[in-house]
Ligand binder design. Structure first.
Ligand code: UDP
Ligand code: MG
Length: 328
């Protein structure tokens, strides 16, 4: 029996988060449709309207009337790109999921080759790399630095973590939780979920045609803070005592050593009948005071962290991918 497109699994889900992009949507939709038809791919486009206050939703409604492949959700307010991606991932049914920005900076022409890398080369995730970028230098320069640090801290060799154009195996998007501003670090989240086969593809990039960027300069400050927290969470999230406890113990030990030195030298002077300086004028006194206090605090922080994670409902949540004769 020859399978029709309806009975065959859906090949592609294209998730498009958008916030005030009414001018671009029609053009984008048409372009995606042309590419999918040319390549004979079954697809759905999922528009996630992130609380736009322009005419974006009206445009999507009219697109959905003309194009049966359009699905959409609308948030009641602006929750941010990560939240929009998360909601889109939840809805996606295609075997391969592609994300792209709505502002026409990412080209739909890249979709077929990104998909090929997932299907034929067995990548779990392929991230776009805007090698030649059409953005102001105020954005490209900090971005270079940011990608360098992210790549170094995470050990994932990518040049462009934050590229909106990415392709995933369906399994990947169903197993990661993008929240806050974490859309910048999806490759790291994916790796944490056990998907190691992460690749990169140079993609075309255009200057923004309509509208303005939705992220200001604070993207870099927030980006770095998120990077630090994701780094700590993945390293010590499940074992806070290993970080705070170790640091606290070292501090405490240094404190005790220097206290012994202060006390010991004072006693020695006294026994030798040499006039000794006051303990409080010895610099080591302050070192020991500070180190012992800090050490106890750090240790306590680790202990509290352990108590909190012990109470977390996720403490024993592991993603299991295979099982033989699972228990009834
Ligand atoms: N976006 C979103 N919610 C937001 C901010 C942005 O859904 O709160 C969307 C935006 O409409 C676009 C994509 O995320 O489709 C990337 O945003 P933008 O083009 O402003 O980022 P840039 O290209 O400047 O990094
Ligand atoms: Mg953009």
């Amino acid at each position: 029996m020859k399978l029709t497109n309806q009975t065959m699994a859906l090949q592609l889900s294209i998730v498009v988060p958008l916030y005030n992009e009414d001018e671009s949507l029609r053009e984008l939709d048409k372009w995606i449709k042309e590419v999918a038809q040319k390549e004979n791919l079954s697809y759905e486009v999922i528009y996630v309207n992130d609380g736009s206050n322009d005419r974006s939703w009206e445009v999507i409604e009219s697109l959905a009337q003309e194009n049966p492949n359009v699905r959409a959700i609308s948030f009641s307010r602006n929750y941010g790109k990560s939240a929009a991606l998360f909601a889109g991932f939840d809805m996606a049914e295609g075997e391969v999921v592609i994300t792209m920005d709505a502002d026409l900076q990412d080209s739909p022409e890249e979709i077929p080759s990104l998909r090929k890398m997932i299907v034929e080369e067995n990548y779990d995730l392929v991230s776009g790399w805007k090698r030649k970028r059409y953005d102001p230098i105020s954005k490209t320069l900090p971005s270079k630095l940011f990608n360098g640090v992210a790549s170094w801290l995470s050990g994932i060799k990518l040049h462009d973590f934050n590229c909106g154009l990415k392709a995933y195996k369906k399994d990947v998007v169903k197993n990661i939780e993008v929240y806050g501003e974490m859309h910048r670090y999806i490759p790291i989240l994916a790796r944490e979920a056990g998907f190691y086969n992460i690749g990169e593809k140079v993609v075309q990039h255009q200057a923004r045609k309509y509208g303005v960027t939705k992220f200001g300069l604070n993207r870099f400050i927030n980006g770095f803070l998120d990077l630090l927290s994701i780094h700590f969470m993945t390293k010590f999230g499940k074992k806070p005592m290993h970080f705070f406890g170790a640091l606290g113990s070292v501090m405490f030990f240094v404190g005790v050593l220097s206290a012994l030195y202060v006390g010991g030298s004072k006693l020695w002077y006294v026994f030798q009948n040499i006039p000794a300086e006051r303990v409080t004028s010895n610099p080591y006194f302050y070192l020991s005071l500070g180190a012992i206090l800090l050490g106890t605090q750090l240790f306590l922080a680790g202990f509290l962290g352990e108590l909190i994670s012990r109470n977390s409902t996720e403490r024993n949540f592991y993603k299991i991918s295979k099982m033989i004769r699972e228990k009834e």
